[in-house]
Design a protein around this ligand. Structure first.
Ligand SMILES: *[C@@H]1O[C@H](CO)[C@@H](O)[C@H](O)[C@H]1NC(C)=O
Ligand SMILES: *[C@@H]1O[C@H](CO)[C@@H](O)[C@H](O)[C@H]1NC(C)=O
Length: 234
């Protein structure tokens, strides 16, 4: 049988643990955390590659975001994507050839991790609607190579025509797609019990404005929107 003393000790330790250990911050950004490393510093580019030309990497998810956001899991980035009205491609089918990007992280050209489409707030089949009628979508490239391991996610965002136009980008579709995504993400969003606070910063020294080297010859304004996403207690 437990003696009074051991019960007391157990109780004391429980209280100590709850106050001193549980009260420690669960996650802490490293002191030297960066938002991202400039891909241009090590031979990378802010244009991805698809059949010679590229699409602008016009949104960055800062590595100073909560760590869950940067992990490509159902409860991590994919849950955040759903919170802002996107999900993984129609039934998991991946249409088209993957695009690749060099983020200057020592890995050279790396294929996209995923294509994420607007889901029109329709569960499961919503992204199939996007595949048919067009809409917003983005490709995800994580900066995780050993030479620039920020953990930031680079997104190539663009708005598409419907399937009859064989998924061409709408006029001004890079700027429009980026701005619609930012609009959908800004402020407080909740999905599956997780509450996200998203702030935006304009980065103007990474991407050249114009249409040079850009897929479909569609010009863009050269602004990269950096999103910092923090999970807050609901
Ligand atoms: C990238 O995708 C292409 C086309 O599917 C494939 O041939 C190539 O092996 C992939 N590269 C890597 C590194 O996975
Ligand atoms: C969201 O983040 C911004 C910028 O850090 C902050 O000012 C604001 O208070 C946050 N909102 C909530 C509800 O935490």
């Amino acid at each position: 049988m437990l003696s009074f003393t051991s019960l007391f000790t157990l109780l004391a330790w429980t209280i100590f643990f709850n106050i001193h250990v549980r009260a420690l911050p669960i996650e802490r950004c490293a002191e030297d955390a960066v938002d991202y490393f400039n891909p241009l510093d090590k031979g990378g580019s802010l244009l991805d590659k698809s059949a010679g030309l590229g699409e602008p990497l016009n949104v960055i998810i800062s590595a100073k975001s909560s760590p869950e956001i940067l992990s490509f899991t159902n409860h991590g980035f994919l849950n955040y994507a759903r919170a802002i009205g996107f999900s993984i491609e129609c039934l998991g089918f991946h249409s088209g050839t993957p695009q690749s990007a060099n983020l200057g992280d020592g890995r050279g050209d790396v294929n996209e991790t995923a294509v994420i489409r607007e889901n029109f707030k329709v569960p499961v089949l919503g992204t199939c609607i996007e595949s048919l009628i067009g809409g917003n979508h983005f490709r995800v490239f994580p900066q995780t190579g050993t030479e620039a391991n920020s953990g930031a996610l680079f997104l190539a965002v663009s708005k598409e025509e419907d399937v009859s136009e064989s998924h061409n980008i709408v006029p001004d579709g890079y700027n429009i797609g980026r701005d619609e995504l930012v609009q959908a993400a800004m402020g407080i969003r909740t999905h599956d019990g997780v509450k996200y606070n998203t702030t935006v910063t304009d980065i103007t020294d990474l991407l050249q404005p114009g249409a040079e080297g850009i897929n479909h010859g569609i010009a863009q304004d050269g602004i990269v929107k950096m999103l910092t996403v923090t999970i807050i207690d609901s």
